[in-house]
Design a protein around this ligand. Sequence first.
Ligand code: ARG
Ligand code: ASP
Length: 722
Amino acid sequence: MKNLYRILFISIVVAAQIQTAQAKEGMWIPMLLEQLNQKEMQDMGMRITAKDIYDINHSSLKDAILLFGGGCTAEIISDEGLVLTNHHCGYRSIQSHSTIEHDYLTDGFWAMNRNEELPNPGLTVTRLVRMEDVTQQMLEGITQSMSEKERESVLKINGDKIKAEAEKENHYKAYVRAFYYGNEFYLFVTEVFKDIRLVGAPPSNIGKFGGDTDNWMWPRHTGDFSLFRIYVNKDNEPAEYSKDNVPYKPLYSIPISLKGVKEDDFTFIFGFPGRTQEYVPSYAIEMITQMQNPTRIALRRQKLDIYESFMIDNPKVRIQYSAKYASLSNGWKKWIGEDKGIRKLNGIEKKQDYEKAFRQWVDASPERQKEYGELLNELNDVYNRTTDVQKQFIYLLEAGLGIEIVKAARQLTPLVELSQKPGVTDEELEKAVTKTKKNIGKFYKDYYQPIDQKVFVKMLQTYGDNAPEENRPAVFELIDTKYKGDIAKYAGEVFDKSMFSSEEKVNAFLAKYKKQKYKKILKDPGYQLANDFITYYRNNIQTQRAQLNTELDSLMRIYMKAQMEMEPGKRFYPDANSTLRVAYGKVKPYYPRDAVFYEYQTTLKGIMEKEDPNVYDYVVEDKLKELYANKDFGKYGEDGRMPVCFIATNHTTGGNSGSPALNADGELIGVNFDRDWEGTMSDLMFDPDQCRNIMLDIRYFLFIVDKFAGAGHLVDEMNLVE
Ligand code: ARG
Ligand code: ASP
């Protein structure tokens, strides 16, 4: 029996090695590339060095890579601070400048000179100055016998010290992040730019061509890009918006290749992947694919159906709800793909096999038995308990707090709290009122009450049906007793009586606000509902979740360490954590299903094939059709075709959107924006046969800017390599 396990274990390892011979799973740490990956990358075709990618003594590629906002990647593509990212990453900014009269979302936007570039308060981009392994310093004073709480407080003190040191006498922002579940720590020193202006965006029917129908799918034809510019003060340093600011002179801007891509070409992706969970046990995969995803999928589908029924014939509502719709739909579709992918891969069984091998390895040594003997059982137990709490948490977040009137009411919480503070001054109150008015204004710009009322009823219904009677927010008691279970009736009264059902009512109330009036807010039925949810969260979820997470963190730290000990010869990449990483692979087609083959590249011809003037997602502009008919592709086409998107085996995730796709010479050949549906389980488990990242071909970007939009002055800024 023992031998059988050993053979099983070895064969898993060997199989994994054979697979990785052609596609390289992993998101690697830039500063360790030279040591861990350079040779392999060069063997696969790369002609530059690890130092060209990441260097702190000379400018390098990394100086052109930016964290865009909080969750996307962008890159600098001109010596005048021009920044390229996805259309869906710039979406909220583009939307915020859009009205029915100037509908930049639908029609596109092109600044024809610097004066026309539009500021975006609140938007930042962040450049990594340097990173450093600070594991030693972070673990100073930490002992084996410490409780998780004590450990955390020592880490906090050590981290603050490191951060303060790194920020001394400069304008940088520093932070420390845990890697390998707290077994290692790295310091990141960054520069945050705050004056970021919108330069260009294609119309939605290019930037979002295929919309949510094609989202997460290959073959794809989306021109998913937008352009921004970084502005700085006269010293070329970050500054808040000012009309005196000037375009940023970057340390590095990425040259753009017109050479295109072929099958098997080496490519790499340099960006900020957000979160993966490659090393979790089978119990986690079970929880995610059997409870978490199905629950969220069902709730989001209900909301999306309601949104759709209103958006379809109301152009104003369509603009108002476009970003909300896209973000709900994006998760909805991703989780469906993830569940399917894990099933097809037999992902849970794969993890179980691995755990068998792990137990075998543990049992082979008394010390290991002592250290890790109970580990998997403990993990199993925590995941069991987590599943219940997590389920109620999802209902609270997606259903309860997903109701917009509840969100509106919560905007007034700071004002209520301030008003109850003894000795609060009129001045303080006035300030808070002004701030609340501003938030309220932003909120109602994109609010349509009939949608919300429908969502309200549907969400409370589903939530109520799934919440155990002894563990649910108080509102369900109210509905059962006062309204005899009639949720629609309850909703009718809330929307009738609450000031939060319209901007006018809230503003009228705020216009005459005085300290004592907070009592009126407390009595508002919308506010009371929000209060119910928050109270329920505090009493029934928050502490429980925090405790479970602490247990889990500590067990996962040990499990990660044990996995690394079990396979000492293997290179482990750390799970994504929104820090800068490099993924590399090759341009490759794939078989999504039995007998179906997907080419690695799409072209403009495919856009014409998808065209349907009656379907919103597939409308094609006359100008684009004309360029196509005349084969007017300028220097961007290839053999009479206009390439649009392509795929490769790079391991990417959410946050990698907008990341540069680079060729063997480190030149820009594309912009990453998505993955194939068959491969979305790569956040949990990577399959080299099925996982592909989807990139916009840089030549299509140039074609749209130059030939379609007539913004050739922007192309003139760039450094094109033919
Ligand atoms: N699926 C891509 C990502 O996760 C693109 C999302 C935006 N596009 C959309 N149609 N919702 O971000
Ligand atoms: N579309 C994702 C993003 O916005 C990328 C992905 O998940 O592949 O980051």
